[in-house]
Design a protein around this ligand. Structure first.
Ligand SMILES: [Zn+2]
Length: 294
């Protein structure tokens, strides 16, 4: 064993004692590859390796395709702008335009633990190049309160099964909380596909849309803290704040409104039904106002 490997073992052992006891086995396997890169792996490197195997040598292998596209078409595309715009209240228009001017000052950022998000990958596990640009937006709900969700995201999770995050949370009073910067990769969905597209960056999970998705989650109302199929729905303040964030993402990453979907429509595990009691027309109206179509 050379000096570099000894130093590496020491740092990995210290890290394991502190927070990642369960990863000690992994460090053994990673030492050989990490030492050839001329630097010691950080804890983050180790976690990234948990999520993505090192690229294979030789020719890229064919990535598997997702199952046939789920039968879903965007509710946002289902009626014409003129039909929807007739419902716009001038007060709503005024309010949204005003809030749009001060959006950046309304965003609260929290110290999300780095174990709960990562970088967007540029290659899949089969060594094929993949486009990390965000191009689909997935809506969720928290089921429990905002503080409970925030607490989950700022807590370190060594086990990758426990790592979870959204890019943004919207509280019942319209609070906007940025959990993960949109350029980073949030862990919002597991096995998932959008319109017949997924990428495999972690063979344990299978295909997922996380690498090219943005995730926004709505705080669930009190009467929805259960497994019932519906609840009383989201507040006007939530729809306003959500529309402001979505309009900003759509403009920044050139995402069409028809690429806004919901967890229940992209989940391939069959056990996600969020967001429940969501009114697509209320969102559509606001997006049309914010893009200047109403
Ligand atoms: Zn969800």
């Amino acid at each position: 064993m050379n000096a570099r490997n000894r130093a590496l073992l020491t740092s990995v052992a210290a890290a394991s004692v502190l927070t990642l006891g369960g990863l000690a086995w992994l460090a053994r396997d990673l030492l050989a590859t990490a030492s050839t890169e001329g630097r010691n792996p950080s804890l983050l490197d180790l976690l990234e390796e948990v999520r993505q195997s090192p690229p294979s040598k030789g020719a890229p292998r064919l990535a598997p395709k997702p199952p046939s596209p789920l039968t879903w078409s965007s509710p946002i595309a289902s009626s014409s702008a003129s039909q929807v715009c007739s419902q716009v209240d001038p007060e709503l228009r005024q309010r949204l335009w005003q809030e749009q001017q001060s959006l950046s000052s309304q965003i609260r950022r929290i110290p999300t633990d780095p174990s709960n998000y990562g970088e967007r990958f540029r290659r899949d596990v089969y060594d094929n190049p993949i486009d990390p640009t965000p191009r689909v937006i997935v809506l969720h709900e928290t089921v429990y309160g905002l503080d409970s969700a925030i607490n989950t995201f700022i807590t370190p999770h060594a086990n990758d099964d426990d790592q979870v995050s959204y890019h943004t949370l919207i509280g019942l009073r319209g609070q906007i909380v940025q959990v993960v910067d949109p350029v980073k990769r949030a862990f919002g969905t597991g096995n998932s596909a959008f319109n017949g597209v997924w990428v495999v960056t972690n063979p344990k999970v299978g295909g997922s849309i996380n690498n090219f998705a943005l995730h926004l989650s709505l705080e669930t109302p009190m009467d929805g803290e259960n497994q019932a199929s519906a609840h009383s729905g989201y507040t006007t303040a939530q729809y306003d704040a959500m529309a402001l964030v979505l309009a900003d993402w759509m403009q920044r990453f050139k995402i069409p409104a028809t690429n806004i979907t919901a967890h229940r429509h992209v989940d391939l595990g069959g056990d996600r039904s969020d967001p429940r009691s969501f009114d697509w027309n209320v969102l559509k109206l606001r997006l049309l106002v914010l893009e200047g179509s109403c």
